[in-house]
Design a protein around this ligand. Structure first.
Ligand code: SF4
Ligand code: SF4
Length: 498
């Protein structure tokens, strides 16, 4: 691939609002999907001739279907509270990366075609018709939104730019202007079962290799079971866990937890992906098809529970939509939540004494944690409010003797996106990915300098991939990024719990 140009912004002290740089990111364009990526998903192969009318018709359909979309487009009072809350604006200075400006790309069109004042008064009330330039702005800037929802936290009306961005992508797909990265991946899941297109024999080889590695390293026959009928737990994890670093070390950690608990579990070659990129393109039908693979695998393997591994958007889809998309799950054991997060399972095992951790195994590290935006602002991990923050911290503090939180403005519900979520984890977008990571890296630098932090734990496959790629641009080593269950893996006592 040709080298993609990028610049690395200088880090500032938190919080700093950048100088406005109009048009700074206007030329940054994600690769457009071709017919081979579009048509298998039921989308037109290329931009249709009558795209303006088709886009207006699709927008009308979505406005009828999603009442929140119309409310968000009507409600903004231009108070400006969201303007400096997006990591892509903070990193790039491009005013169109302000959440309200991103929303306005759709709001202007909405006013022109769907409001009486817009139809009569046009640009006097900010209503604008479709033009090719406007469509280009839609494509570029709605693919510079990671759908992290940080802006909605600060909006007095809770206007959710993520939902507007999802709707925009759904409209663009419907007129033949899809994004290659997301749509190619969704096609792979439909065809093969996972985002990476990893076929079953490769999966079997990988898991067998891991069993040998863990046996060599620990002397314990920890299993990585695949397609075992009658197992208690179906475990669904992002496919990056099967080979990428540090993801695979997290997979080893999950396996050790199951092993030590004596809990029978299995992964599925049919549903070998927890991620669900259907959400990134705002398409419930694609989301449903991907989610149905998990239901079908659970039925086929006759499991009693479904547990998810570390992945932010996968957990958001699972937590918020799995039951409505692929339920009812009345064939599972009603004593357990459907689905359950691995963090809840591990925390419960620590509390009950089913597993024991020796935190001295991580004594060489000072650890902080990155709250993934999809987990932080869209889910819980247990029944209590805030469990999505407390459970990972409990597990990390049990596994690591030295734990430090980053600044409160950059953690928990205020967490900054890693910069690579929402369908942006693709090489041609590296420039905005680097810039979008800036606020997180500033908060990280703060605890490195103040507290000697050496490692940042993450509970999301996309965050791990993004950070291992972009941290080196800011002078940090990719090995600084750890899976939460990698740290558990280091500390867990196998065998007699002594
Ligand atoms: S990336 Fe996040 S903060 Fe920025 S506009 Fe999108 S949802 Fe809002
Ligand atoms: S904070 Fe909400 S109301 Fe204020 S400008 Fe942003 S989107 Fe509009």
């Amino acid at each position: 691939m040709a080298k993609v140009p990028y610049t690395v912004p200088a880090l500032d002290d938190l919080p700093t609002v950048p100088r406005i740089k109009p048009g700074a990111m206007s030329e940054l364009k994600s690769y457009v999907a071709v017919a081979a990526h579009q048509e298998p998903l039921g989308f037109p192969g290329e931009l249709v001739e009558n795209w303006e009318q088709a886009a207006v018709a699709k927008m009308g359909e979505l406005l009828g279907k999603y009442k929140s979309l119309r409310v968000y487009l009507d409600m903004c009072v231009k108070c400006g509270a969201c303007t400096d809350k997006c990591h892509y604006f903070l990193g790039s200075g491009d005013p169109k990366n302000m959440p309200v400006a991103r929303q306005d790309l759709m709001r202007d069109i909405y006013r022109y075609y769907f409001t009486p004042t817009g139809k009569v008064l046009g640009s006097l009330v900010g209503a604008k018709p479709w033009t090719k330039e406007r469509l280009d702005d839609w494509y570029n800037y709605f693919h510079q939104c990671s759908q992290c929802r940080r802006c909605s936290l600060f909006c007095p009306y809770g206007i959710d730019t993520a939902e507007i961005s999802m709707a925009a992508r759904e409209i663009m797909d419907s007129i033949g202007l899809g994004q290659k990265y997301c749509n190619e991946i969704i096609g792979k899941v439909h065809k093969i079962g996972n985002n990476l297109g990893l076929p079953e024999p490769a999966l079997v080889n990988t898991l067998e290799g891991l069993e040998e590695d863990v046996l060599d390293a620990t002397g314990h026959a920890v299993k990585f079971p695949l397609d075992v009928e009658g197992a208690e737990v179906l475990f669904v994890t992002p496919s990056a866990d099967f080979f990428a670093e540090p993801h695979v070390d997290g997979l080893i950690g999950y396996a050790k937890v199951f092993h030590q608990m004596g809990l029978s579990w299995t992964m599925s070659s049919y549903a070998s992906e927890a991620g669900n990129f259907g959400m990134f393109i705002g398409n419930y039908e694609q989301m449903r098809k991907i989610a149905m693979r998990i239901r079908e695998a659970a039925i086929q393997l006759k499991v009693k529970r479904i547990v998810f591994g570390e992945c932010g958007h996968a957990w958001r889809v699972a937590y918020a939509f799995l039951n409505s998309l692929a339920g009812p799950f009345d064939f599972l054991d009603p004593r357990y939540p459907v689905p359950q997060h691995i963090m809840e399972l591990t925390r419960g095992a620590i509390l009950s004494g089913a597993i024991k951790l020796d935190s001295s195994a991580n004594a060489d590290k000072v650890v902080t944690v990155h709250d993934s935006c999809n987990i932080a602002r869209a889910t819980r991990m247990g029944p209590e409010p805030g469990s999505q923050f407390e459970y990972p911290r409990f597990v990390l503090q049990a596994a690591c003797p030295k734990f430090v939180d980053m600044h409160p403005d950059a953690t928990r519900e205020r967490t900054f996106c890693c910069g690579g979520g929402g369908g942006l984890l693709t090489d041609e977008l590296i420039d905005i990915r680097i810039k979008g990571a800036k606020p997180r890296v500033e908060a990280l630098r703060d605890v490195v300098e103040q507290h000697g932090v050496t490692h940042m734990a993450s509970m999301c496959a996309i965050c791990k991939s993004q950070f291992t790629k972009v941290l080196p641009y800011y002078g940090y080593e990719m090995g600084m990024v750890q899976s939460v269950h990698q740290l558990v893996s280091n500390a867990i006592l196998l065998g007699g719990n002594s």
